[in-house]
Design a protein around this ligand. Structure first.
Ligand SMILES: NC(=O)c1ccc[n+]([C@@H]2O[C@H](COP(=O)([O-])OP(=O)(O)OC[C@H]3O[C@@H](n4cnc5c(N)ncnc54)[C@H](OP(=O)(O)O)[C@@H]3O)[C@@H](O)[C@H]2O)c1
Length: 338
């Protein structure tokens, strides 16, 4: 039997994606074959394709940070995974495919009666937000958070989780997206026409407890200035570098300065966070946190914002949409309908 998958044929942007058709792969020892229902399209996919971050995969490979699917075949020695079960996984690469081979210990069962397009919103974006709020910083009701890119996939997820936790929220976004940011309970800030540092300090007086910055470079410095004493800056990405707005050197310099800020006598801290190594290092967290999020989803306490759903064959257009910041919420690839 044959299947289709998308490959990043070389280093570059969405233009390097190609759809290939090949024999369905066999799972090796410890692996599981999954018929993929939905794959997430993440800015992280574009980041890795760009070759601008060290340690990324070498082309050709299949992008796709996260997937939801059905267990199709077990490799030798696999126990504790049921044929036909619905599962989700944070794989980092390999999601953009009709069929994926996944190490069995990355898989977590998910209910078959929930929409796989909503579950795929949880597996990367909500997990990231949930872990930042609950495991990394331990936010409490009334704490203040500034979220950059608040109308994006991760941003909308964080706003919904922050509202559940009664956080006071501020979100940067371009003006056409402010209605969405407000509707999710945050004060929108038009970063293109306002100085977000001044605006946050004007409104709050002494700043926020947490700022999540995916832009990188000197932007980190500005984000750090929005913190009140005891606050934390979390750097999550190198967005501006991938978009060609700053150089890779400026991104590196921004990250290298962060440890120095931790030495300042203002009780503020600055850290890097990457959800995949964090969950590999703490293997029980993904399942525990996904179960908590699935609980919120099934009780209607979160309502993932899906910007668009596109067929697997349109992965290139899906990435173009993300790169041009046209998406509000999550971009989802339909790899198999059911
Ligand atoms: N470290 C981790 O564990 C982790 C996990 C998940 C995601 N991430 C990172 O998180 C970021 C967001 O991912 P995503 O999938 O949510 O991407 P996304 O949906 O494309 O959202 C990013 C948003 O940022 C906004 N933006 C662009 N420049 C900005 C600026 N200077 N200031 C404020 N907002 C700006 C864009 O909208 P507007 O400009 O129109 O407002 C865009 O919609 C990515 O960089 C990704 O790599 C990191």
């Amino acid at each position: 039997m044959r299947h289709k998958r998308v490959i990043a044929s070389r280093t570059g942007g969405p233009e390097v994606l190609e759809v290939v058709e090949e024999e369905i792969p066999e799972p090796a020892s410890g692996q599981v074959r999954v018929r993929v229902l939905r794959a997430g399209v993440a800015f992280g996919d574009i980041l890795w394709q760009s070759g601008k971050v060290p340690g990324g995969p070498k082309p050709p490979y299949t992008p796709g940070y996260d997937l939801v699917g059905i267990v199709d075949k077990l490799g030798p020695g696999v126990a504790g995974v049921e044929l036909g079960a619905r599962v989700a996984a944070l794989v980092r690469i390999g999601g953009y495919s009709e069929v994926a081979i996944v190490p069995s210990d990355y898989l977590h069962p998910v209910p078959a009666d929930l929409d796989p397009s909503e579950i795929i919103c949880l597996t990367l974006n909500y997990i990231t937000g949930y872990q930042l709020f609950r495991r990394i910083v331990k936010m409490i009701p009334g704490n203040r958070v500034l979220i950059h890119g608040a109308a994006g996939g991760v941003g909308t997820a964080m706003l919904q989780l922050g509202k559940l936790m009664d956080l006071e929220m501020y979100g940067t976004a371009s003006a056409p997206k402010h209605e969405l940011v407000s509707s999710l309970g945050a004060t929108p800030i038009d970063y293109r026409n306002e100085d977000f540092v001044e605006r946050v300090l004007d409104i709050t007086g002494d700043g926020v407890d947490l700022v999540v910055d995916h832009i990188g470079g000197d932007h980190l410095n500005r984000s750090f200035r929005t913190l009140r004493p005891g606050g934390t800056l979390i750097s999550t990405s190198a967005y501006a570098s991938v978009k060609g707005e700053i150089s890779s050197f400026a991104t590196l310099l921004g990250a290298l300065r962060m440890p120095l800020w931790n030495l300042l006598p203002n009780k503020k801290s600055a850290i890097l966070f990457d959800v995949v190594p964090f969950n590999r290092k703490n293997p029980s967290f993904f399942g525990e946190d996904l179960d908590a999020l699935l609980g919120h989803l099934s009780r209607g306490e979160i309502d993932p914002i899906i910007a668009t759903q596109m067929p697997l064959s349109e992965a290139k257009q899906a990435q173009e949409m993300l790169l041009a910041a046209r998406a509000q919420g999550k971009v989802v690839l339909i790899c198999n309908e059911q």
